[in-house]
Design a protein around this ligand. Structure first.
Ligand code: DGJ
Length: 733
């Protein structure tokens, strides 16, 4: 005890001396248009002083002169100097029971990391053998700065981590509004904008697996005033973690801090002697161009750094689910492949229903875990399907749900201990009253899950696409693999295990396209996307409801990743009847696909679909790789909605507008094309006229960017009844 006291006294004395001797380090880390300012004095504490539009090194001192600096601890800890309103990022319980952590800066380093410049603050506790390295990374050619920490136990005994957030970011307190995205099955990602009250607003997930379903881990906060699309200062951020998360926004009158990280509720984590725990990245941007600026910054960064093959346009596909559901067989698959090929599509994906020998997969009650082809349905195996795809000149993809089992499966019969379960309690079962979750905390189970994809892809190297599904919550929070004192780590270790599997798959199969699906849009999150190419936006394919869901998903996630499929009418989820033109015009704003039985379409619909698919190909690069400008929000209830995409030099544009309601003698807003180049002239083309002889009145007109931006389009006569729509291509002359 006495020895410890002396050591700590010596340390503090050294700290005081060092802080007197050291010069003040006010560091600025910048992206193209944003900066973070940090005070990092060796021997002292480190503070975030500024985060916002780009400043230079000289400005940070001026900000001090104005008294507008934050002086907010860069990584606030729990247990010492506690006061009202404080919120910690780190809370540790030391081996002797001490609940406090007190961090001082040991060193500061600037270094180049893959894809960016990093500021690394190394901090140590004044008494206990704990080191925290805090990273701030400015991604090259982007406007995203991310931050995370590495927490190391340098001692000989384990430490209990009660809270271990990734970030604590101060923001200016003003008339702040929070924009967040909330939903459930078939209604994912609805957008909500609410004034930030004094007190706390928490976005979190405890679902375990579908952790973007109820609340998305992405959000925006305005600096002052209501959120605007193309003006105003807006902070936007997201957490790159697929497990449970917690984002706390804590506001007092003059202080506003966002603390974000892994959800620590029921998730204390024991840090072994010598162990280092890395918290997930928290990625953020700051825009002076409203929500649109935040979205474009995330889309550009996402395509470049945070999803697979972000610079490569995607194939147009047909997915079998809504066409045949579980009734998969060789003949139907062959016919669907022929259909999509003849429409101009490039890929066919066989969904659920193809596997299970002892227990054939005919509905949701059995077979997950038994990934052998059902020979009754598919006598020629997967090879028969890849051969058929080749014959039709398209690629082939397949559905799997590898993290799951059914209690009616050979896998469960062999390995009941591989299932997440709570000791001494009956298993909770999900879909089909038999679905259970594999325990990915267990390395053997990780190997098994890896082998599902590995076997499919080694045996059938022609498989070009995988739809990776996940249709359950973490229903039972318990692992037979983890010891009794580690049961609180189930969600964290599950997701570490899943990351390990996905990393192995990506190392071995870098080219395969993988969709992240989870009961629809349960995993629309940068916590998963780094291993995936795209996400399934929702099981709800109703084009009208999709306008709302896709609008919200587009706040953070780029069109290239947003799977958007044309389905049958009446729609299977909502029974809404809409014209096929409307359905295509909506689906064309994302990664276009179809989700229906094409043989049920009328001749006119087939002819229209062929033309629409060909038209999509002409604007696919603009939509998938371009910048999004949202023009009229469906959430504003102005009876219409509109958006546009522009390529880098704004020479090629795609514009979409939709009518949402019956109106008569109501105002229909002019649609101002904010994403044009004012100095260019554009020729307009109607991309999807129902009748090729009668394109809309705008077709073939040449107009100036200024006219399009300042006078805008008057679409009253085109959007004249619900579900009427228009898709335009504009090419600079
Ligand atoms: C849920 C997915 O979201 C659907 O698209 C479909 O793949 C089903 N699972 C299959 O069971």
């Amino acid at each position: 005890m006495k020895v410890k006291f002396i050591i700590s006294a010596l340390f503090l004395w050294a700290v005081v001396l060092m802080s007197q001797a050291a010069t003040q380090h006010h560091l600025v880390l910048s992206t193209e248009n944003t900066s973070i300012g940090i005070t990092a004095n060796e021997g002292g504490r480190s503070y975030i002083q500024y985060y916002g539009a780009k400043i230079d090194q000289g400005d940070i001192r001026k900000i001090f002169a104005l008294g507008s600096n934050f002086t907010s601890l860069s990584y606030p800890t729990f247990g010492i100097h506690l006061g009202g309103g404080a919120v910690e990022a780190l809370s540790l319980q030391m081996p002797d029971g001490n609940m406090s952590t007190d961090l001082f800066l040991q060193s500061v380093e600037k270094k180049n990391d893959a894809g960016g410049e990093c500021l690394v603050l190394t901090m140590i506790d004044s008494v206990y053998p704990v080191t925290v390295k805090q990273y701030f990374k400015a991604y090259n050619s982007s406007d995203v700065i991310s931050t995370w920490t590495e927490i190391s136990n340098k001692g000989k005994k384990s430490i209990l981590m009660n809270k271990f957030a990734s970030a604590a970011i101060p923001l200016q307190r003003g008339d702040n509004y929070v924009c967040h995205y909330h939903g459930k099955w078939a209604s994912e990602n609805y957008m909500f904008e609410t004034p930030m009250p004094n007190g706390q607003l928490v976005l979190d997930e405890k679902e375990g697996l579908r952790t973007a379903w109820y609340n998305n881990p992405s959000f925006m906060i305005t600096a002052d005033g209501k959120p605007q699309e193309e003006c105003g200062e807006v902070f936007g951020a997201t957490l790159l973690w697929g497990g449970n998360y917690k984002i706390q926004m804590v506001a007092e009158n003059n202080k506003f801090t966002v603390v974000a990280g892994i959800n620590n509720d029921n998730s204390a984590y024991t840090l072994e002697a010598g162990e280092t725990f890395t918290t997930p990245e928290f990625a953020m941007t700051y825009s002076t161009q409203g929500k649109g600026g935040v979205s474009r910054a995330f889309h550009r960064w996402g395509r470049k750094y945070a999803l697979q093959h972000g610079g490569q346009v995607r194939d147009i596909l047909l997915n079998s689910w809504e066409g045949v559901y579980f009734q998969v067989n060789q003949e139907k698959m062959d016919q669907m492949m022929q259909s999509i090929a003849s429409l101009g599509g490039e890929l066919f994906v066989m969904d659920d229903g193809w596997f299970g020998e002892k227990y054939p997969r005919n509905d949701g009650t059995s077979s997950l875990g038994d990934w052998g082809v059902n020979k009754g349905k598919l006598p020629l195996g997967v090879k028969g399907l890849t051969d058929a795809a080749k014959k039709h000149g398209i690629k082939f993809g397949i559905w799997i749900e590898p993290e799951m089992a059914n209690t009616k499966s050979e896998l469960y019969e062999k390995h009941p201990d591989w299932i997440l379960q709570c000791k001494n309690r009956e298993l909770t079962k999900g879909r089909g009253r038999t679905q259970v979750v594999l325990d990915l905390c267990n390395p053997k189970v990780q190997d098994f899950v890896f082998s599902i994809t590995d076997n499919l892809l080694t045996e059938n190297p022609e498989i070009a696409y995988i739809k990776w599904d996940c249709n359950a919550a973490m229903m039972d929070y318990g692992s037979t693999y983890l010891s009794a004192d580690r049961q609180s780590e189930v969600d964290i270790r599950y997701h570490m295990g899943l990351r390990n599997v996905l990393k192995r798959i990506r190392e071995k199969y870098p080219d395969v396209v993988i969709q992240c699906c989870s009961s629809g849009g349960g995993r629309i999150s940068y916590g998963f996307l780094p291993w995936f190419d795209e996400f399934w936006t929702s099981d709800n394919t109703d084009a009208y409801q999709r306008l709302y869901m896709q609008w919200s998903a587009s706040q953070f996630y780029p069109a290239i990743a947003m799977a958007s499929h044309v389905s049958a009418s009446p729609n299977h989820q909502t029974s809404r009847v809409t014209p096929i033109k409307f359905r295509f015009d909506v689906a064309m704003t994302g990664r276009l696909g179809m989700e229906m039985q094409p043989k049920d379409m009328t001749t006119e619909e087939i002819e229209f679909s062929k033309r629409a698919i060909a038209s999509y190909k002409s604007i696919r690069e603009v939509v998938q790789l371009g910048d999004l400008y949202r023009l009229v929000s469906p959430y504003d209830h102005k009876s219409i909605s509109a958006l546009m995409y522009a390529n880098d030099d704004k020479s090629h544009l795609a514009v979409f507008a939709y009518s949402l309601e019956y109106t008569h003698n109501q105002q229909v807003p002019y649609v101002r094309l904010t994403g044009v180049d004012e100095n260019k002239n554009y020729r307009i083309k109607d991309l999807t006229p129902w009748n090729v002889q009668k394109p809309c009145f705008l077709d073939n007109k040449v107009v100036s960017g200024r006219a399009l931006k300042y006078a805008g389009l008057k679409l009253k006569d085109i959007l004249n009844r619900p579900f009427s729509s228009v898709a335009l291509e504009l090419v600079a002359e």
